[in-house]
Design a protein around this ligand. Sequence first.
Ligand SMILES: Cc1cc2nc3c(=O)[nH]c(=O)nc-3n(C[C@H](O)[C@H](O)[C@H](O)COP(=O)(O)O)c2cc1C
Length: 275
Amino acid sequence: MDFFEVLQGRKTTNGPFDPRAVSQAHQHALMEAASRAPSHFNSQPWRFVLIEDKTTISKVAQVAGASMEKLIHDGLFFERYRPYFRFSQKELEARGDGIHFDQLPGPLKPFAKQVMSPTGVGIMRNLGVPRMLGRDNHDLVAGSPLLMGVLLDKEEYKPGKLSGFYSVFGMGAAMENIWLTTHALGMGIQFISTPMEIPEMWQQLVTLLRVPDNLELMAIYRLGYAKEGNRRPSIDWSSRHRKKLSQYVYRESCDSPESDTDLSPQPAAHGIPRR
Ligand SMILES: Cc1cc2nc3c(=O)[nH]c(=O)nc-3n(C[C@H](O)[C@H](O)[C@H](O)COP(=O)(O)O)c2cc1C
């Protein structure tokens, strides 16, 4: 696959994966891709734990589902993430960021904007939405053939110190390499973020994965081979929308936004100029 096709095709997988196991060759290709990322002084502070054991996957799924249910039930999810929800195509296109919040369960549709308010949270509880979203989240994780924990070496990861920032920066680069490689291999990937929101839940995963004291568990992902024809879920984490150049690039100083006029050489078929 051409590099720019991979770049443009990379995405977050919202739906179920094909249940077949990810080959060891592909798992190692993902790890090799991670190791190619830049890191401060070539320190390579990232570590990974690959999980295929069904019992462990099922325990992670229980924690993820219970975390999602609690976050929705307590209203924390919408309180924290309200700024990222876009309620119309028009709003999405004008801003070019955030995620489209248009896939609410049927009975909630008339209350789309109110779901962020205390009244909305009450309505959701009455309709059993927390349990439903918790179950969806559980099932997605439980049905994934591969989970991956991302860790940092605490010798390098020192929050508040420059090496702490560098480590996170390098881990981001390694993760992007993995993310791109999943696409090239016909796979998909999704963050399992809900347990991170609740310290006790995160601690359960740290214990389950037997994370030693010298490592910090930073994130968990689910992976598998992509499956066609998935329906969009209630909360669609993936978005093709992006800001325009003038919304995130400046020229010479931060006083002058870059112009959106495209003066670049003939773009490639998929929109990225080759030169
Ligand atoms: C730091 C970070 C946190 C994210 N958190 C979540 C998450 O909690 N759940 C999820 O499914 N996707 C998560 N994502 C993926 C984003 O929602 C996604 O990248 C964004 O909407 C753009 O969609 P795309 O990846 O399909 O291009 C996260 C991505 C990053 C880099």
